[in-house]
Design a protein around this ligand. Structure first.
Ligand code: GDP
Ligand code: MG
Length: 365
């Protein structure tokens, strides 16, 4: 039970009713499944399910404001609390603007986004005759929310299935948190009643395939994988066939974050997209770029490379826990023009929350 009384999913019993399937080309996908009792016993330190704690109703595990505040604690205490102090009761002076800009930059909001934000605020102080810093603070919070809610942005994937098979393609640099986020997403959507299948499309490193299989095994979700260095396009094709055969309604695809050259990586992602487009109507339905918040402004440069090469529909912002660089959220939406759909709040399988701009901004102050 967490401090605010909400029952966390990691405290409830997880039924390992599904086996993990290893796909080898030329063999039946059902031919190499792990014993189902293996799934029940191989649980890592991040899984603290107990046999006797029943799973709570979904309403009890909806992310709370309190847990988001906890996640944003470092960003808030290191920087935004100083914005709060700066924008106290005093009159607005030139120093107020200079200090506000300096704090936004320190919070990794980025130069371009800070400039845009300050321009909007100056405009509002003129138009609304704002003289006091506390009124500016209210305007700042409103403008921060506005930055995070770009007009015409795609919505995250509905919990309810809207077609026979939906596909989420997960991309991003190595170490950003793709595989971990896939495990979390599969748990989230499985809890909502979806039948999820995972595809180990990062065939560049053997460890990446193993990692996804271990997560799948722990969460009781099937994984389609090939051998190391096998063609990820073929793995994805096989996963699509398996998804149709097993009547899965959500296929989530892991991809490599690094190949020998960046050019190769983008070509490979393009090939995966082509396989999806040819075989599933409208796929990929979501292409999520995973971004590590702790990389701050460096993450923006990396993300721009991916966004330019592959159509991205939304971002997963990971590792917000334990970083003071949470302000990077504003730069991602403003500079890349993509909405944030989910945030990673820790390393456990239930440490993922649907992003909400108002809750996020409230959590910063
Ligand atoms: N604290 C924290 N760690 C995370 C989060 N997401 C991922 N990680 C950690 O980041 C590391 C890299 O994650 P991984 O999923 O392997 O990244 P990938 O290379 O993009 O697939 C792992 O140690 C994860 O446990 C998060 O939201 N919070
Ligand atoms: Mg990975």
């Amino acid at each position: 039970m967490s401090a605010n009384g909400a029952v966390r999913r990691s405290e409830c019993a997880m039924s390992p009713e599904k086996a993990v399937f290893l796909f080898s080309p030329g063999r039946s996908t059902e031919g190499a499944h792990a014993p189902s009792d293996g799934a029940a016993t191989k649980r890592g330190p991040n899984f603290s399910q107990t046999a006797d704690a029943p799973c709570p109703a979904r309403s009890a595990i909806i992310p709370s404001m309190a847990s988001l505040r906890e996640t944003l604690a470092r960003t808030r205490t290191s920087i935004f609390s100083r914005v709060q102090t700066l924008l106290g009761q005093a009159d607005i002076t030139n120093d107020t603007w200079d200090e506000l800009e300096a704090l936004l930059l320190q919070a990794d909001v980025g130069a371009a986004t800070s400039t845009k934000l300050l321009e909007r605020l100056r405009e509002r102080t003129r138009a609304e005759a704002i003289l006091k810093a506390d009124a500016l603070r209210t305007a700042l919070k409103e403008e921060l929310v506005r930055l995070l809610e770009p007009a015409g942005a795609a919505a995250p994937l509905d919990y309810r299935a809207t077609r026979m098979l939906e596909v989420m393609l997960i991309i991003g640099v190595n170490g950003a948190g793709k595989t971990t986020s896939i495990a979390k997403l599969s748990r989230l959507y499985t809890d909502k009643g979806r039948k999820v299948l995972l595809a180990a499309g990062d065939t560049f490193r053997a460890a990446a395939i193993d990692q996804l299989q271990i997560w799948g095994e722990r969460a009781g979700i099937d994984v389609i994988a090939g051998k190391m260095n096998s063609d990820p396009g073929a793995v994805v094709f096989n996963a699509i066939q398996a998804a149709f055969a097993r009547k899965s309604d959500l296929l989530i695809i892991d991809t490599a974050g690094r190949l020998h050259t960046k050019h190769n990586l983008m070509k490979e992602l393009e090939k995966i997209r082509n396989v999806l487009q040819r075989n599933v109507h409208g796929a990929p339905h979501q292409t999520l770029l995973v971004v590590d918040a702790a990389n701050g402004q460096n993450a923006i440069a990396q993300a721009k490379g991916f966004a330019a090469a592959v159509g991205v529909t939304g971002a997963v912002l990971t590792k917000l826990d334990g970083t003071p660089k949470g302000g990077v959220a504003f730069a991602i939406v403003s500079e890349l023009g993509i909405p944030i759909h989910y945030i990673g709040t820790g390393e456990k399988i239930d440490d993922l929350e649907r992003f909400d701009a108002h809750t996020f901004v409230d959590g910063l102050f």
